[in-house]
Design a protein around this ligand. Structure first.
Ligand code: UD1
Length: 433
């Protein structure tokens, strides 16, 4: 059944919220876990649908999966017998391609359905293929499936043409079990890349340099069991930081690594928020209307593209003219049409949004076009005067654990209801007003 969020906006979000494990690290780590010959326990998994899909997929191909609780799973990949991965769900998520790297490393032969994920640009996988081929694999694509086979995987020197999170993690997975030394240059430096490398090292891999431009890997023969806890999700944290700023609220965001949030913290401070950093939490206070700025998305440690819709939404409510340049994905401004329904004044020219800040948004009915833009529309609804509806929330649930519950705990008036359920909506409005 399709659900939607109904929101009564205009209240500052105030209180404390705890951040879940990083989705994009979790996806790489789940795939990596099946490379070990022994059971692996992963803690601090976020309870989001992308994770559920990937875990059920590896279970379907023969891995033993045992959930201790909703955030902890033990995976035993030694029982996998099927190296062809295809189901309707796996086609919808991006990280399905990590099974390719993991099983190419482990089995030297694998076939996986072509990856899906959010429609935010063309999202080629040429760099993944280039990396696999450099290690000695033959890769072919036909009938919606990617096939990779290798007689022998042998380490090599690989220079990536673009900084790609997916290609860096994927080729790293395969190279860990390749013979000899692999040097990967111009790699992605995102914290989730480092987390996957740390996880692989905890299983006995020999990876050095993750978090810098060059990763060096000495291949090992096998990987053993481990017990590992995933880092906090910097994009979920950043989303609550913007929610505080947009609603003129005051939120203490707990269980974060403040260093990972610096690009967002710096921009929020620049436009007038009070940002207080602690060891593992950050507090965002916005008392008055914020001012304008320029933002350009870049690979880490630059401003994350996954925070672009949220900051664009915030700047649409801030004083003056702001400019946001999207330099990572070319099709990431689709949500701006939805924001326009609330009164936002944003002009798109190529990969640039020119934003004339308005004083307030008015509630409207909108559809989430993808995961992060969906979260941005929810923030817009919480900041707006009146009632908003955000549909297609299955996108949002791919990456935000209990989004509505966490927002309610901060005083947000938001509820998930079946789409078009007039009775539920009436009940919510009567209670909320
Ligand atoms: C990951 C994240 C996504 C985030 C993105 C950038 C996951 C599951 N998703 O996506 O949330 O928005 O990083 O931080 O972790 N590119 C190529 N060829 C390739 C691969 C990528 O040209 O083979 C280009 C892309 O078109 C894009 C840029 O490289 O312009 C970065 O993409 P990449 O880092 O690979 O994104 P994903 O791994 O798909």
């Amino acid at each position: 059944m399709n659900n939607e969020y109904i929101i009564k906006g205009g209240r500052p979000l105030v209180g404390e919220v705890s951040i879940s494990g990083a989705k994009n690290a979790a996806l790489g780590i789940i795939a990596a876990s099946i490379m070990a010959d022994e059971p692996v326990t992963i803690e601090n998994l976020p309870c989001v649908s992308d994770v559920e899909v990937l875990v059920s997929t590896i279970e379907e191909i023969g891995a033993k999966v045992n959930w201790t609780d909703s955030h902890t799973v033990t995976i035993n990949g030694s029982t996998i017998k099927n190296f062809c991965v295809e189901n309707d769900y796996i086609r919808k998520i991006r990280a399905s391609y990590y099974i390719l790297g993991a099983l190419l490393g482990k089995n030297h032969s694998v076939e996986v359905a072509f990856p899906g994920g959010c429609n935010i640009g063309s999202r080629p996988i040429d760099q993944h293929i280039k990396g696999f081929e450099a290690l000695g694999a033959k890769v072919s694509i036909a009938h919606g499936m990617i096939q990779a086979n290798a007689e022998d995987l042998v380490g090599n020197h690989i220079y990536f043409d673009v900084s790609s999170v997916g290609a860096t993690i994927n080729v790293m997975l395969a190279a860990v079990l390749a013979k000899g030394k692999t040097i990967m240059e111009n790699v992605a430096k995102e914290p989730h890349v480092v987390d996957v490398a740390n996880f692989l090292n905890s299983m006995g891999a020999n990876i050095k340099g993750a978090g810098t431009d060059v990763i060096r890997i000495n291949g090992v023969e096998r990987l053993h069991g481990t017990d590992y806890s995933i880092i906090p999700d910097m994009i979920e944290a950043g989303t609550y930081m913007i929610a505080a700023a947009a609603t003129k609220g005051d939120i203490l965001i707990k269980n974060v690594i403040p260093k990972h949030l610096e690009a967002v913290s710096a921009k929020l401070a620049e436009i007038g928020c009070d940002i207080q950093e602690f060891d593992d939490s950050v507090r965002v206070i916005a008392k008055a209307r914020l001012s304008h700025t320029h933002v350009k998305t870049l690979p880490y440690p630059g401003f994350p593209t996954d925070m672009q819709p949220q900051i664009t939404t915030l700047l649409a409510l801030s004083e003056g003219t702001s400019v946001v340049t999207e330099s990572v994905f070319e099709n990431r401004f689709k949500f701006v049409d939805e924001l326009a329904r609330m009164g936002a004044t944003i002009k798109i020219e190529g990969n640039t949004a020119i934003i004339d800040g308005v004083n307030k948004f008015s509630g409207a009915s909108m559809l989430a076009p993808d995961l992060r833009a969906g979260a941005a529309l929810v923030i817009a609804g919480l900041a707006a005067e009146g009632v908003s509806e955000v549909g297609s929330i299955e996108f949002i649930e791919r990456g935000y654990e209990t989004f509505d519950e966490k927002l309610r705990s901060l005083g947000g008036e938001i509820k998930k209801i079946p789409a078009d359920d007039e009775d539920e909506m009436r009940r919510f409005l009567l209670k909320a007003v």
